[in-house]
Design a protein around this ligand. Sequence first.
Ligand SMILES: Cc1cc2nc3c(=O)[nH]c(=O)nc-3n(C[C@H](O)[C@H](O)[C@H](O)COP(=O)(O)OP(=O)(O)OC[C@H]3O[C@@H](n4cnc5c(N)ncnc54)[C@H](O)[C@@H]3O)c2cc1C
Length: 388
Amino acid sequence: MYEELSDDERELAALVRDFADEVVAPRSYEADRTHTLPLDVVARMGELGLFGLPFPEEVGGQGGDYFALCLAIEALGRVDQSIAITLEAGVSLGAMPVFRFGTEEQKRELLPDLLAGRALAAFGLTEPEAGSDAGATRTTARREVSSSGADEWVINGSKQFITNSGTEITRFVTVTAVTGESGGRKEISTIMVPHGTPGFTVEPAYDKVGWNASDTHPLTFQNARVPAGNLLGEEGRGFANFLHILDEGRIAIAALATGAAEGCLEAAIDYAKKRTVFGEVLSSRQHIQFTIARMQARVHNARLAWHHAARLRDAGMPFKVEAAIAKLTSSDAAMDNSRDATQIFGGNGFMNEYPVARHYRDSKILEIGEGTNEVQLLVISRALGLHG
Ligand SMILES: Cc1cc2nc3c(=O)[nH]c(=O)nc-3n(C[C@H](O)[C@H](O)[C@H](O)COP(=O)(O)OP(=O)(O)OC[C@H]3O[C@@H](n4cnc5c(N)ncnc54)[C@H](O)[C@@H]3O)c2cc1C
């Protein structure tokens, strides 16, 4: 499966795969059951350098590329989607916006801890009235000089479903907020709001269907004041900036989904070879063989799709449509493979102690988060000229 990778890439994939099997997997059942993100595992990922993979060494990164990050996410997604999404969101939604749009001072101050996994940042885009239609953002940020003469943003509104926003090591959340209007259109900017800012509340975690060990909260802002210098990127450019960040993130989600689809495939092969029914092993039945063969084909196609999108991204070429195709293909693969694997496990497949049951619950969100699959279809059909 790693034939076309460079030696370094193959080594990285093998290293993270071993880490996933030896360190992550033994903790997954309990973390899922108790809805707890194991921060010591996150710290170990930081020590391995995973949070710094796609960043240059000058800013504290590993000098790799986005492809390398996706290899690591795929290897983690194979055993534990909650851990994989913690890395994905920590890098592509937490650190990447700072690296890409931050000032030199912001990078110097924030990146070292984010890239070492000592701190996490979150990205708050989604609101109760603005999900797929992210331009409908209602949260506002008003520039104001305080009574003590400080130049500040005053933020009001709410965000929902924000990953990594409430952990003990979360340092700030970058939020999108309306900062003005131009030509009848909302101007949206991105502003970093540190944890502990008065008026900024991280509400209790959601009771989710899956990704239980991943940290997800609603956030509220009531006259939350942050320094004017917390603006990330140019004022009014927030919408364009986050669209780029989301396009990249879709490749990483596709890698995660490929890993999940592969985890289900491996489990199905293993179980089908051991389980005896009507006096024969399950794997001797052609229906089971064909089901598993189809699962393998899905993994293969999903992997090719994200590899292609990531290579384009790293070569500085347009990758929006390829990222959408990769996310669509791989999230469907994860959903289909987790359903097939669960079926092959029979009643055991419905028991949480078997990882396929967790993959079955976890995989659904892959078709929803970081742009639903309908939004990916919109991107693809627009590129085909099917919209006015
Ligand atoms: C566990 C989890 C973690 C998340 N993490 C984050 C995060 O870190 N940061 C963040 O900002 N957000 C996050 N999200 C939010 C996620 O990105 C949104 O839920 C997603 O984009 C969909 O938005 P929505 O929930 O408002 O659904 P809606 O936009 O209301 O969509 C509802 C349905 O309508 C469909 N639909 C919408 N528009 C169209 C259209 N034009 N044509 C056809 N169908 C359409 C959708 O595909 C969907 O099926 C997270 C969500 C979850 C569940």
